[in-house]
Design a protein around this ligand. Structure first.
Ligand code: FAD
Length: 390
């Protein structure tokens, strides 16, 4: 067992950390106030990150990406957690691996430009009537002579305003339940595709979350991603690693930044003639946060390692999703308490971290859904979720 970092891993962490500190952090306040990142600034951070080789680092080198192992990718993603969602999207890319399921022509048309940072895309699965129950969607793709006719409505689609295309789930066979759902790549410019409201959210300022409408959109065979009827399976199989990164690693990064600030404040802030960090009740909060972050990071690294060994870590990813996102929420809540009134006041970023943290327990599968996955796996005898694997 080796918990040490190689010199390459240290260099990766250091490069990402320095980039975030010098290029992204200075933009945070402005994005929060304006509710958007100015397009010229988005282009600037994209170009700078590409020059450093930091864009699309999860995608294999064969497709022009950084080709990082899962573990190395998680080390970088933990650093991404030290800044905000929209800045990470623009600077480092947000390339869902579901596109790797495309054939050569699809990779050429949609994957490669995304890896080069020329095109952006979102996944559009959720509908007002179907969130946790992803198989309950109503969007229909009806067979025509030369393809399908797409009609329906999605919502909460992250980065939808900025996206050039969408990976969309639709029912192709209503009699086949979850086996009757297929995945399509739909360009925003296609006739019949329209964007509705940018749905206002509690946090994540600067990232758009939109309604997406499909009205008689003509899809051809080239738009079908993977096999017909296998759309849900494809999503389940390809979203795991990105979930581990975007929720697991980023939650831990965010919690770490929040604890850093909490510790500094506990040392500096004086009441009753002492640092508040001298009070045991404050100390308990600090210690609990450190204990939980430490445990969540170990689980993240173990899971990443398992994936790199070619093991099936899908259930373990659910463990990390719950553990890391709930740790982040507890750490953020304690930080507001440690900062007192200043934790609630917009003059400091603590209240923003608290708001931004809340979504991590909801999207990419709620805590309840992932607990159900964990419990089902346990009941089927997957003891690796709590026993030492040999
Ligand atoms: C900011 C934001 C960004 C998003 N980005 C995207 C995106 O880019 N693309 C996309 O497709 N979707 C996106 N989503 C949707 C997100 O994934 C869903 O909101 C999430 O999966 C939950 O679905 P829901 O909101 O419909 O809640 P519901 O499914 O209605 O759940 C409501 C409550 O019921 C509980 N519940 C439901 N079923 C069960 C069950 N079987 N057992 C126990 N409890 C249960 C849930 O845990 C939750 O507490 C985003 C959402 C938000 C808010």
């Amino acid at each position: 067992m080796d918990f040490g970092l190689s010199s390459e891993q240290r260099m990766l962490i250091d490069t990402v950390r320095r980039f975030i500190t010098s290029e992204l952090r200075p933009l945070e306040e402005e994005v929060e106030l304006d509710g958007a990142l100015a397009p010229e600034k988005a282009r600037d951070i994209l170009e700078k990150s590409k020059t450093l080789g930091l864009y699309a680092m999860n995608i294999a080198e064969d497709f022009g990406g950084g080709g990082l192992s899962t573990l190395d990718w998680m080390l970088a993603e933990e650093q991404f957690g030290h800044t905000t969602d929209i800045l990470v999207r623009r600077a480092f890319g947000n390339i869902y691996e579901i596109l790797l399921a495309g054939d050569e022509a699809q990779r050429e048309r949609w994957l490669l430009p995304s890896v080069r940072g020329e095109r952006t895309f979102s996944v559009a699965f959720t509908e007002p009537e179907a969130g946790s129950d992803a198989a309950g969607i109503r969007t229909r793709a009806i067979r025509t002579n030369d393809g399908w006719l797409l009609n329906g409505y999605k919502h909460f689609i992250s980065d939808g305003l900025f996206s050039d295309f969408f990976v969309v789930t639709a029912v192709t066979n209503p009699d086949a339940g979850k086996h009757g759902i297929s995945t399509f790549i739909v360009d925003k410019a296609m006739e019949g595709v329209s964007i509705g409201r940018d749905q206002p959210m509690m946090g994540l300022r600067g990232t758009s979350h939109v309604e997406l409408f499909f009205d008689q959109v003509h899809l051809k065979q080239e738009h079908l991603l993977g096999a017909e009827g296998k759309g849900l399976k494809l999503a389940l199989e390809t979203l795991g690693r990105i979930r581990l990164a975007q929720i697991g690693a980023r939650s831990i990064g965010k919690a770490t930044r929040i604890l850093d600030l909490s510790l500094a404040h506990a040392g500096e802030r004086k009441q009753f003639g002492k640092s508040i960090g001298d009070f045991q009740m404050i100390q308990q909060m600090l210690a609990d946060s450190a204990v939980e972050i430490n445990a969540a990071r170990l689980a993240l690294h173990r899971t990443a390692w398992e994936i790199d060994q070619g093991l099936d870590a899908r259930n373990q990813i659910s463990v990390v999703k719950v553990q890391a996102s709930e740790t982040l929420n507890r750490v953020a809540d304690r930080a507001v308490q440690i900062f007192g009134g200043m934790g609630y006041c917009k003059d400091l970023p603590i209240e923003r971290y608290y708001r931004d943290a809340r979504i991590y327990r909801i999207y990419d599968g709620t805590s309840e859904i992932h607990r159900s996955v964990i419990a089902r796996a346990l009941m089927k005898g997957d003891t690796s979720l709590y026993q030492m694997t040999t």
